[in-house]
Design a protein around this ligand. Structure first.
Ligand code: SIN
Length: 141
């Protein structure tokens, strides 16, 4: 559990109500990862939505396969951004792997609990999906 105050300043959470922010803070945990560690791997169950607080993260395709480059970078995640968006999008499998490029601090939000909350509260689900779309589009800028 974390304080809702920790989430409030970040764009992804800015449009949530006090109560929604409190509910999400209940299922959030602060975690750290050393530089060069793998935070999650592609094609595994997407159980965690992460907010990067400190450090840097690179998303990459480790796979390769016919005609594809192995370990191809997808994009960099900077502090204040979310990653692990597949935890909110069916079939809930990560599409890329995430590596810490520096020592990293995140808020890790339990994806299954977040999905349950979104199913019970469709307004919240709608806001979260819109914010995921905005976060992914922001990566292109
Ligand atoms: C994924 O969630 O599929 C990979 C990481 C991201 O794009 O946020």
């Amino acid at each position: 559990m974390i304080s809702p105050e920790l989430l409030r300043p970040y764009r992804f959470f800015a449009s949530l109500t006090e109560e929604q922010l409190k509910d999400i803070a209940m299922i959030g945990e602060e975690k750290t990862f050393p530089a060069d560690s793998i935070i999650f791997k592609e094609n595994t169950t997407a159980d965690n939505l992460m907010l990067l607080l400190e450090g840097g993260v690179e998303l990459f395709y480790s796979g390769g396969g016919a005609g594809c480059a192995a370990n191809a970078p997808v994009c960099s995640i900077v502090p204040g951004a979310i990653f692990g968006v597949s935890s909110l999008i069916k079939p809930y499998q990560y599409t890329a792997s995430a590596r810490a490029t520096k020592p990293v601090k995140v808020v890790d939000i339990n994806g299954a609990r977040l999905r349950e909350m979104s199913e019970k509260n469709l307004t919240l689900g709608n806001v979260l999906i819109n914010n995921v779309a905005a976060a992914v589009l922001a990566r292109l800028r």
